[in-house]
Write a protein that binds this ligand. Structure first.
Ligand code: SF4
Length: 735
């Protein structure tokens, strides 16, 4: 770092303060065996929450004895969890009790020796500093020249703050580095995205197709449960994955595809459905436009031709296509979630969307149902000022179909003295391990900015680059906005404090309000406590905070049908009002109006595709330091095919480093030699290889796949990062 040295926060939070945790002067970083005893004769109580260990937001209860933590369970009335939390959700208490949590506001100062360090300061000092810098940026350049980079539900408070201040630029990795390509692909086809949780009706499906989705290894609670329910009722499963994943092991058909050739397979499936007359002709006639062009387009993608690209036997392609058709319309070709893979991902998602249309599954039982949320009024506040600029400045005319900011573009637009952005507010996202292949640009941006504020609960790597670190309390210690996800029917869920905030941490809503008041935005923050906002909103829909503090979840009856009603016209929110198999919008912008397969780049000799995914016990780097979950999975492993292991003389259980063609070397990672991964790829779970020493449990364990990502291909339609385009080879560790 030229200007901002990477600071480790270590001088402040050493052994002297570690003992101040909830469990008293115990030196261990783990909760002991009696940390969560079964209740004795004390007073039991429970507090509603919805989980923040991942984005699924399962509702549950935090149970206490005499106010002390006991356990977290699911709320039986909740659609997201159906009363059951996943491994990570039940480990939520670990985030509360993590000894490495941020504890006090920190301010970067330069000592008389010229060295930078963090100094613990009061909240007033930290907030005054941030507000002063924001005002200076606004005076010198305009309030729109600060960007919000965020992730997670609590970011809403800071989005409100920034919009009230006249800032229109925000971006979250959840878009360009995750589900953005999928959502844009579906919007281009159906005029709507999939929502979160997705509108997949798996419990009623007769056939489920997973393409690169390892549900069961990624524990999206509701999806695991509805997939299991569908399978229990006899649904057949078709899994497309170069790896023999958990769902592959449950499948009727496993298609071990060559990496990067999914679009070819999807087009071959369409070829079979159309040429064998297996598609839903009536549905296609009634609801779609462009079938003639699609039919002509897919003729070149015969299973025999596609075999040469994908490595999948033509008869396997045909048999799996016929299985889908046999079960249609109760066939779901799952849209996936993390879909930023190869840089042509919007087109791959379009292909999935089109395949679902041929099967007639959108709006049909067992396919993709019609979601419903609650019409929850907004708390009455003045309109936001019109910002002078927004995130589109950073896109500079690129990514015409992006409907929100692209994180990497905002980073690029922050580099240099003439850069558009002068300040960042970073909420809940660890940019150094989240953004692939742009470490130099990230550092350059951080060096250029006049202000970097980080709001977080943990000393993740990004905190080391901050001017000010504002420690938020965990989700178990705060109110947040009501959960109002569109689902099978409308429901609201409440997150409220189960415990007083530990140390000197504060809820996000409080931090945002304090900053707002210092920026003269009092009229946007008229509440004393955020519970007032929630109570007001709940009263508009016939409930109250008092009721929700008991129930946790309130369900509402459906107002409309869950599936298309026979004979009733359907209007799609596309330019044509139909499902667009052929996209005029894309054609007019010079893009392929229908998905086209392009052969992916293959690794040089001795290198392998770097493939990554999830493991059940962690939500990436967010949970790897959680002391409860750490004990389940302290490090990731590298899956290597036995043929590859033999070629490189690699032994199962030993450690290797990985190197990409640019020479970046990973931390050591333990080998798992297994036939469950093919000989052209290696696989690891994402979220390990932390470099922040203050994450004392997870520091130095496992390897970080994102640090090895190079050759990242950007989706020209919406700016998504193709993150499966990297290659690695092995560097053997000395014993
Ligand atoms: Fe929490 Fe698991 Fe639900 Fe995610 S899926 S919100 S981690 S319980």
């Amino acid at each position: 770092m030229k200007r901002r040295e990477f600071l480790k926060i270590s001088g402040l939070l050493g052994a002297g303060t570690a003992g101040a945790g909830l469990l008293g002067g115990c030196s261990t970083l783990f909760p002991g065996p009696d940390a969560y005893p079964a209740p004795g004769s004390g007073k039991l109580s429970q507090t509603p929450t919805f989980c923040d260990m991942c984005f699924w937001k399962c509702a549950g209860f935090v149970h206490q004895e005499n106010g002390k933590p006991w356990k977290i369970t699911g709320n039986d009335t909740d659609l997201h969890s159906e009363g059951r939390l996943c491994t990570r959700g039940t480990g939520g208490l670990g985030s509360f009790e993590d000894r490495d949590r941020l504890r006090r506001p920190l301010l970067r100062v330069t000592g008389s020796d010229g060295r930078q360090r963090f100094k613990e300061v009061s909240w007033d000092e930290a907030l005054d500093f941030v507000a002063g810098k924001l005002k200076k940026i606004a005076a010198d350049y305009g309030p729109d020249r600060t960007a919000l980079l965020n992730h997670g539900y609590g970011a809403r408070h800071f989005s409100h703050l920034m919009r009230a201040y006249g800032c229109g630029s925000s971006a979250e990795p959840a878009f360009a580095q995750c589900r953005g390509p999928r959502d844009i692909g579906f919007v281009l086809t159906y005029g709507e995205d999939l929502g979160s949780p997705e509108r997949t009706d798996m419990e009623n499906s007769r056939c489920i197709v997973l393409i690169g989705s390892h549900i069961g290894e990624n524990l999206h609670n509701g999806q695991v449960q509805t997939l299991s329910a569908g399978l229990a009722k006899g649904a057949s499963l078709i899994t497309v994955d170069p790896r023999f994943s958990v769902p592959a092991s449950k499948s009727k058909y496993w298609l071990p595809i060559k990496p990067g050739t999914d679009i070819a397979l999807l087009l071959a499936w369409m070829h079979v459905l159309i040429n064998e007359g297996l598609y839903d002709k009536e549905y296609v006639d009634r609801h779609t436009t462009g079938f003639g062009q699609l039919s002509a387009h897919v003729q070149r993608y015969s299973p025999e031709w596609v075999f040469l690209e994908t490595g999948l036997e033509p008869e396997l392609i045909r048999a799996s296509a016929r299985e889908m058709a046999k079960c249609a319309p109760a066939t779901l070709v799952h849209p996936g979630r993390h879909t930023a893979w190869w840089g042509d991902d919007t087109q791959r998602s379009r292909a999935i969307a089109i395949l679902n249309a041929l099967l007639g599954s959108w709006g049909r039982k067992g396919g993709l149902y019609i979601q419903e949320g609650v019409a929850l009024p907004k708390y009455p506040l003045p309109d936001y000022p019109e910002p002078k600029s927004d995130w589109q400045v950073a896109h500079a005319g690129r990514y015409p179909f992006a409907d929100q900011g692209v994180t990497t573009a905002l980073v690029e637009a922050s580099i240099g003295s003439q850069a558009h952005y002068k300040g960042w507010l970073v909420y809940g996202t660890n940019l150094p391990t989240t953004l692939p292949g742009i470490a130099p640009q990230l550092r350059a941006a951080i060096d250029s900015l006049e202000l970097v504020v980080v709001v977080d609960t943990m000393p993740a790597e990004i905190t080391g680059y901050a001017d000010v670190v504002l420690p938020e309390c965990t989700y178990l210690e705060r109110y947040d906005d009501l959960r109002n996800s569109a689902e099978r029917h409308g429901s609201l869920a409440l997150r409220m404090p189960a415990f007083e905030p530990l140390y000197e941490t504060k809820p996000g809503w409080w931090i945002a309000k304090q900053l707002g008041e210092r920026l003269g935005l009092q009229k946007y923050f008229p509440w004393k406590d955020y519970s007032e906002v929630l109570d007001w909103q709940l009263k508009q829909v016939g409930s109250s905070l008092e009721e929700m503090q008991k129930l946790g979840v309130k369900n509402f009856p459906r107002r409309g049908p869950k599936y298309f009603v026979e004979g009733q016209p359907v209007q799609f929110a596309t330019p044509s009002g139909k499902i667009e198999l052929y996209s005029q919008q894309l054609a007019e912008r010079g893009f392929d109006p229908m998905p086209v397969y392009h052969r992916p780049e293959r690794p040089p000799a001795g290198y392998y595709h770097l493939n990554y995914g999830r493991m059940p016990s962690h939500t990436f780097g967010k949970t790897t330091n959680n002391p409860l979950l750490f004990q389940l999975a302290p490090e990731n492993t590298l899956w290597v095919n036995p043929l590859v292991a033999a070629e490189h003389a690699l032994l199962n259980g030993t450690y290797v480093r990985l190197r990409n063609p640019e020479g970046t070397l990973s931390d050591p990672i333990r080998l798992r030699v297994t036939e469950r991964v093919g000989p052209d790829s290696v696989f690891m779970a994402h979220g390990f290889g932390h470099r922040s020493r203050r994450l004392r449990l997870t520091y130095g364990l496992g390897a970080d796949d994102s640090a090895l990502m190079s050759n990242v291909k950007t989706d020209p339609l919406m700016g998504g990062s193709g993150m499966r385009t990297s290659f690695v080879t092995f560097v053997k560790e000395e014993a």
